[in-house]
Design a protein around this ligand. Structure first.
Ligand code: NAD
Length: 497
């Protein structure tokens, strides 16, 4: 008997379509621990249908021929519709990923800016006239779209991380196939209800749902796909990169992190304590930019740790749908198990657990089996696994340092380079640290700020390429050089011109 739960289909060529497999997989609410909907389990056949629809829309549909101002207006209207539906979209996200309604609502209210900003850029993609060194030649460049772009997203902030990609790729004139995380597909499918209303022709935006190794790989390997834009773990990112390389496709990768948050002894301590909390306990630590390595100067170490533990103890766990809640459940079972494994590893390595360090199951946790107490380890050294590997949960490692040089050395002694925080009242220290830390984003006296206007991406194993800002749109364009001879006769054909 078919399940009575809501069913979500894929979205291909402007229509909701069932999966070729006929199968649907469960999506679970992390706060209740119960399945609340079923999602289409797509495979390679659906990937092929979606890419074909996007390819036809790119090569034959009106998307390629409407003028860029009209294209921008459609993208802008999409932003307006997201603004009008932000609350509902946020509720879908919370039901799927268990993150706080406060956080998801703030994100969904902010999303329209990506579509307004890139909608505005759509008709400002200008080539140039080159004052070429050859006589009687007119040479100019055009920046053209790539074709079909695949956007693969993770479960932690599905619509925000999709918008980093989608708005810029559309503005550049590409057509899109989206593969959301198998844990959090419903908000992306809900978003598709707005696509036709905004005026996108069929096939410009498509969504296939399912598992990375089933439909994800089929998309990456598809010969008609020009580029893959991926956000997720470093290991899956490397697999996607390898598969893309076989087809010589472009790849933007936004991957994992283990970001240092450095507190110097001249910092405003209470501000830095709040910055440390927002770096690790916001979103239950499930963010790529988590400030999971807290580096504290030895002269303020004890005072700082005391104040931090006091504030962290006051964090209210509970129902993520309640605006009062500050720490929600972990999103997935594998993630919950991984966090507990890392807590055990840290204890075994000799780190000192000064807060939490166990599952949480008080009445505030409802029926969820997946709460972890906010956890703080002190006496961590940078060689420990708890300092080097991404936990992706509410687990903070505190490392002591003596000098500025030592802090920078520790900050850079890691394979990741996504972001870093620096807390100091000295402009000299701030600029020196910002220059020396090898990471794509540096925050000074703040943490976890992102904008559609400012480039975002990783150094080292945290990724390749940039999203957001004007740099973001260049990732979806290719440059053509056009040569026109104005000479009245053709010169010697055996010599390069
Ligand atoms: P994940 O790598 O398991 O999955 C991400 C997406 O890739 C999912 O849609 C998944 O189905 C798909 N996928 C997995 N393997 C694939 C393959 N071989 N081919 C094609 N698709 C494949 O990541 P996750 O667990 O969903 O997300 C958590 C990770 O994402 C963390 O490591 C986190 O740091 C990272 N992340 C990075 C950023 C960033 O901007 N740098 C932002 C958020 C999350």
């Amino acid at each position: 008997m078919a399940s009575a739960l809501p069913h979500f289909d894929a979205y291909i060529n402007g229509e909701s379509v069932g999966p070729s497999t006929g199968d649907y997989f469960p999506t679970v609410n992390p706060y209740t621990g119960k399945e609340w909907a079923r999602v289409a389990r797509c495979d390679g056949r659906d990937a092929d249908r979606a890419v074909e629809a996007a390819w036809v829309a790119f090569t034959k549909g009106p998307w390629g021929t409407i003028n860029p101002s009209q294209r921008g207006a459609i993208i802008h209207r999409f932003g307006d519709l997201i603004r009008d539906n932000a609350k509902e979209l946020a509720e879908f996200e919370v039901r799927d990923n268990g993150k706080l309604i406060n956080e998801m609502l703030a994100q969904c209210n902010y999303l329209p800016n990506w579509y307004w900003y890139y909608g505005g850029l759509a008709d400002k993609i200008e080539g140039s006239v080159i004052p070429i060194d050859k006589p009687e030649v007119f040479n100019y460049t055009r920046h053209e779209p790539l074709g079909v772009v695949v956007c693969i997203t993770p479960w932690n902030s599905p619509l925000l991380l999709l918008s980093f990609k989608l708005a810029a790729a559309l503005a550049a004139g590409n057509t899109i196939v989206i593969k959301p995380s198998e844990f959090t597909s419903t908000s992306t499918l809900k978003l598709m209800e707005l696509v036709a209303r905004a005026g996108f022709p069929p096939g410009v935006i498509n969504v296939v749902t399912g598992f990375g190794n089933e439909v994800g790989t089929a998309l990456v390997e598809h010969p008609k796909v020009a580029k893959i834009c991926f956000t997720g773990g470093t290991e899956s990112g490397a697999l996607v990169y390898q598969a893309a390389a076989k087809g010589l496709k472009g790849c933007t990768l936004e991957l994992g992190g283990k970001s240092p948050n450095i507190v110097f002894d001249d910092a405003r301590i209470d501000d830095a304590v709040k910055g440390a909390i927002s770096g690790i306990f916001a979103a239950t630590g499930q963010t790529c930019i988590a400030g999971s390595r807290l580096l504290v100067q030895d002269t303020i170490y004890d005072t700082f740790v005391d104040r931090l533990v006091t504030l962290a103890k006051s964090a209210r766990m509970g129902d993520p749908m309640s605006p009062e809640t500050q720490v929600g459940p972990v999103t997935t079972v594998p993630q919950y198990e991984k966090i507990l494994r890392y807590i055990a590893v840290a204890k075994h390595e000799g780190a000192q657990c000064v807060l939490g360090g166990a599952p949480a199951n008080g009445p505030e946790c409802g029926e969820s089996p997946w709460f972890v107490q906010p956890t703080i380890f002190t006496e961590v050294t940078n060689q420990m696994r708890i300092a080097q590997e991404e936990v992706f949960g509410p687990v903070l490692s505190i490392i002591r340092f003596k000098t500025e040089e030592e802090a920078i050395e520790i900050a850079n002694d890691i394979v990741f380079g996504l972001a870093a925080g620096v807390w100091t009242e000295s402009i000299r220290r701030a600029i020196k640290a910002a220059n020396a830390i090898r990471a794509g984003t540096i925050w000074v006296n703040t943490y976890r700020a992102v904008s559609y206007m400012s480039p975002f991406g990783g150094y080292k194993k945290s990724g390749l390429g940039r999203e957001n800002g004007i740099e973001g749109i260049r990732e979806f364009l290719q440059t053509k050089s056009v040569w026109i001879s104005t000479a009245s006769d053709v010169p010697n054909p055996f010599v390069m011109r």
